[in-house]
Design a protein around this ligand. Structure first.
Ligand code: UT7
Length: 321
């Protein structure tokens, strides 16, 4: 028994924030942002628009594409670091809005790997026979977590959501997934406050992204290189078997380094970072859905998905679409 992707969906808030907009608020330039990251613009959720709202729209699309009724879902996993509420989980809020009441529903906090962790978990549930229809979502409103006066982070991130519906299949489907974490690297990328640690008497109660970008960059390139090799080895496949790389969209230079390692030319790599920025757990499913809907990714092709983020966490999935 395997799982397969039955349908994909995504959603982006309508408000676009360009590099020129940011030039007016912090000491930065369009040239710096584009040359260091590849980002030209990103989306920002409207006032009152939540992670759950974005997840809901992406999920409706994925369910429709899969031809699955929400009432038939028996598992919902939502990757996010920006939940609507501390509890209940955004997955539970989403479950009720979709009308899937009664099925298992929970959030996964693995930062930018949240969707990929959800995919790995849902794949195992389906392979075990416990689950027949799973919805896996990555959704974020990172704009709410940013310090908009910190040029080293506010230019990098964006809001958005993506979703997939998984169902059982006799053929793969999801060939293999790899999930990793190393908490020793916590200080490279984190948010310094929380319910248990406490909040600060600062703007936004101290909620902000703390990042040592240059160090993350180096660890990301090294780690993604390793996980790509590990994933292909487990599957007994080679770089040349991969039709599309669907990477985490944090930085175009990291994406190019991974593609080079795979020997894939950039026209076999799905890139959305230029228009979406880094949407954390939303980034991989958003890129996947965009490429499916534009007709670039076709049924039967082999996809390599990978993500990397705070934790540190890193993850991959090899999929026959
Ligand atoms: O998804 C989670 C994982 N996150 C990542 O993968 C992020 C990985 N890291 C990166 O993408 C890159 O390290 C950054 C884009 C964050 C930074 O690029 P960099 O080439 O590593 O630059 P840097 O951090 O070494 O900074 C270079 C200079 C610094 O100035 P000095 O010290 O050389 O005078 C920064 O202060 O660029 C300055 N700088 C900026 N300048 C203009 C930092 N942010 C900005 C900015 N505009 N927005």
């Amino acid at each position: 028994m395997y799982s397969r992707i039955a349908g994909t969906g995504s959603y982006l808030p309508s408000h676009v924030v360009t590099n020129a907009d940011l030039e007016r608020t912090v000491e930065t330039t369009d040239e710096w942002i584009r040359s260091r990251t590849g980002i030209r613009e990103r989306r920002k959720a409207a006032d009152g628009e939540t992670t759950g709202d974005l997840a809901y729209q992406a999920s409706l699309q994925a369910l429709e594409a899969a031809g699955v009724d929400a009432a038939d879902l028996d598992l919902i996993i939502l990757g996010t670091t920006t939940p609507d509420l501390i509890f209940p989980s955004t997955a539970c809020l989403l479950q009720h809005r979709l009308g899937a009441n009664g099925c298992a529903a929970f959030d996964v906090n693995a930062a930018c790997s949240g969707f990929m962790y959800g995919l790995g978990i849902a794949d195992k549930f389906i392979r075990s026979g416990a689950t027949h229809k799973a919805l896996v979502v990555g959704s974020e409103t990172l704009s709410r977590m940013l310090d908009w006066s910190d040029r080293s982070t506010c230019v990098l991130f964006g809001d958005g959501a993506g979703a997939v519906v998984l169902e059982p299949s006799e053929e793969p489907g999801v060939i293999t997934t790899k999930l990793h974490a190393d908490g020793a690297y916590k200080d490279l990328l984190y948010n310094p406050v929380g319910v248990s640690t406490g909040f600060l008497d600062e703007p936004n109660h101290g909620v902000r992204v703390m990042m040592r970008g240059h160090e993350i960059f180096k660890v990301a390139v090294r780690t993604l290189d390793r996980i790509v090799g590990e994933t292909l080895e487990t599957a007994g496949m080679h770089e040349s078997d991969v039709d599309w790389l669907i990477p985490h969209q944090a930085n175009l230079r990291i994406i190019e380094a991974t593609a080079k390692r795979l020997g894939l030319s950039m026209d076999r790599v799905i890139v959305t970072v230029d228009r979406h920025g880094n949407t954390s757990s939303g980034s991989v499913p958003l890129a996947l859905d965009e490429a499916v809907r534009s007709g670039r990714i076709e049924r039967g092709q082999t996809l390599l998905l990978e993500a990397f983020g705070g934790g540190l966490t890193w993850s991959s999935a090899l999929i026959r679409y």
